[in-house]
Design a protein. Sequence first.
Length: 309
Amino acid sequence: MEAVRSSCLWVASNASHVAINPAGIEKLVERLDGRLPTVKWDFEGIHYFDNGPLTAQYLLVLDTLNFCFWPDEELQYDHLAAGLAQALKADHTVFDAQRLKNCTGMMLREMLQWPRPLPLEDERARLLREVGTGLEQWFNGQAVNLIAAAKGSAVTLVELLTQHFPGFRDHCVYKGHQVFLYKRAQIFVADIWGAFKGLDLGEFKDIASITMFADYVVPAVLRHWGILTCSPTLATVLDTSQELTPGSEEEVEIRACSITAVEWLREYLTARSGKQVLSVHVDWWLWSSGLPNASEKVPPYHRTQTIYY
Ligand SMILES: Nc1nc2c(c(CN[C@H]3C=C[C@H](O)[C@@H]3O)cn2[C@@H]2O[C@H](COP(=O)(O)O)[C@@H](O)[C@H]2O)c(=O)[nH]1
């Protein structure tokens, strides 16, 4: 994750459209009185969990598809998490590698019981086929074997995912520099850690290495708190919900500055509380506070058509 931290810091230091405001970080830490409220994994009560290998298979499928819900105004992450859980409860073989290998867009839509085409539906199905094929080729069809191969290291698990499943290679080139964000790979590690409460399959000695997950909700929350600021031109684009091109300077800066800002926020909170604060926990708190039904009214999130987040 060193490559994520250092490349995102490079973007933040060379950014043209987005800036991190340390005063905003200080203000939020003051407001929280240095104590980050605890947000637990599955605070929504929507995920599948049986304390065994099927949970690992479910979370891998979930995080393979955990991106770009907004083009359908009604579709949200919750529909995906709950829909996949329902499908797995009805049929324990639904996420077998052999079946993933043959998945089509229509099959996925029917599995989620969604009444119209999903955003980027064909890409979603292709990514599931890629995961089915990779699991079969390298891990005897089982996500638990992938996790076991990481030998309790979050960093190794991210490396294994990005090595074996090209769809998880969330990186780009910014002003000539390669930038690593690895949103879905890192969120998978956090989901396994959170679901298994840091024990057994979920035991990662280096969970502190994981950064926040550069999605489209948390950057809007950071903007709401005055932690991220934008150029007037970009602010207008965001406030009028215009799309940003994937890989554009603006898009990369929003994501990379979010990662760096959360690292700084975590350091402030750690210094203030005297206890090690994890970026995963900061992320979950920020994410949950930015959801449409949360108390904070955040500005519109940035819209990019992408398979990464
Ligand atoms: N940074 C960050 N982004 C996250 C999540 C999660 C869910 N994580 C689970 C883990 C613990 C809890 O129990 C959560 O349920 C989804 N997303 C992203 O949000 C966006 C969808 O938003 P909306 O359209 O409003 O549903 C989309 O980019 C999606 O990838 C997270 O934790 N952190």
